[in-house]
Design a protein around this ligand. Structure first.
Ligand code: SF4
Length: 283
C-alpha cells in the first residue's frame, strides 16, 4: 500500500526524481485506512508501505500508523526510509515500534563515502552506522539495500562490505540479490548530466532502456557475473540466505586473490529468519 507518492529527494541514481522532480504527494488518511481495512478483510496480517520514502512526511506517517494500530492492534508493518530520515526522525522510531513496525528497509547503497558522494546519497558510512544503532535500539530490524556495482566501487569495497555484514550480524537482513545490484543508467537519469559517469558509459541499450557502462577493473565485471549467477540459482533453489552469502563472500575473496580470515559460522543456516519481504526483487 502507499501513504505517499514521489520523493522530496533527488538521489542521482534513482528513477523517481526524473518523474517527480523532487515533489511528493500524500494519500489522504481516510483513503489509506480504507485500503488497510480492505486488505485486512482479505486476510492480510502485515502491511508493506511501498512509498519511495515513508518519512518524507513524518507527521503523516505517524498519523497513519497510529490510526492503523488503534483499529488493528495485531497488524505489523514495514516501510522504506533513507538513512538521513532515520537519523532526523529517530525520536519517532520507538513509536513506530510500538505501533507494530517489524522492519525498515533503507537504501544504504555503499560503505564507501567516495561512492556515496558520487550518488549524492546525503549520508555517510558513519551516518549509516548511527542509523543502524538507532533502529536496533528501538527494537526494529533494519534491512539495508545495496548498490555494490557502480563504476566507482572497488573490489576492496566489496570485500569490506561482506565482512561488515558479518561483523554487524546483518547477513540474515540482506537479500542475496542485493549483493548483485548494478547501477542502472536509464535515459533521463540525473547521472547523465554528471561528468563522473562519462568515462565509463558505452552504448544505449534501447531495448533494455538503459545505458551500458563498464567497470574500469575487469575483476569487478567478472565478480558481477559470478555473483549474479549465484543469487539467481539461490533464488530458484530457495537456498538459505547464509549459504548463498558464504558463496558470494568466497567469490569476492577469490576475485581479490585473498582468503577470508575466518569462515562464516555454519550454524548461521539454522538461525531464526529475520523479518523480511517474501518478494526478494525489491530495490
Ligand atoms: S533513492 Fe530514495 S530518497 Fe533518493 S530520490 Fe530515490 S526514493 Fe528518494
Amino acid at each position: 500500500m502507499e501513504a505517499s507518492r514521489g520523493c522530496l529527494h533527488q538521489c542521482l541514481h534513482c528513477p523517481i526524481p526524473p518523474v517527480y522532480g523532487g515533489r511528493f504527494f500524500v494519500v489522504p488518511l481516510e483513503v489509506v485506512i480504507e485500503d488497510v481495512r480492505r486488505q485486512v478483510a482479505a486476510g492480510a496480517r502485515h502491511m508493506t508501505f511501498a512509498d519511495p520514502d515513508f518519512l518524507n512526511g513524518p507527521g503523516h506517517a505517524l498519523r497513519i500508523v497510529t490510526a492503523m494500530h488503534a483499529a488493528y492492534p495485531d497488524l505489523t508493518f514495514d516501510f522504506t526510509a533513507k538513512v538521513e530520515h532515520l537519523l532526523e526522525h529517530r525520536a519517532l522510531l520507538p513509536r513506530f515500534a510500538a505501533a507494530g513496525c517489524a522492519f525498515i528497509v533503507t537504501a544504504a547503497e555503499s560503505l564507501s563515502d567516495a561512492v556515496l558522494q558520487k550518488l549524492d546519497k546525503g549520508h555517510t558510512r558513519e551516518d549509516l552506522q548511527r542509523a543502524l544503532d538507532a533502529v536496533r535500539a528501538a527494537g526494529i530490524t533494519l534491512r539495508p539495500s545495496w548498490l555494490p556495482f557502480t563504476p566507482w566501487a572497488t573490489l576492496d569495497d566489496y570485500v569490506e562490505l561482506v565482512d561488515w555484514l558479518i561483523a554487524e550480524d546483518l547477513v540474515d537482513c540482506v537479500e542475496p540479490v542485493q549483493l548483485a545490484i548494478r547501477l542502472l543508467v536509464p535515459p533521463g537519469s540525473a547521472l547523465l548530466g554528471r561528468p563522473e559517469i562519462l568515462p565509463f558509459l558505452k552504448e544505449l541499450d534501447a531495448e533494455a532502456f538503459t545505458w551500458r557502462w563498464e567497470h574500469p577493473d575487469p575483476r569487478m565485471e567478472r565478480l558481477y557475473r559470478t555473483v549474479s549467477e549465484i543469487v539467481h540459482w539461490a533464488n530458484h533453489t530457495r537456498k538459505p540466505v547464509a549459504t548463498t552469502f558464504r558463496q558470494v563472500r568466497n567469490a569476492a575473496y577469490e576475485a581479490a586473490g585473498r582468503r577470508p580470515a575466518e569462515a562464516l559460522a555454519t550454524h548461521a543456516e539454522r538461525r531464526p529468519v529475520a523479518p523480511r519481504l517474501t518478494e526478494p526483487w525489491f530495490c
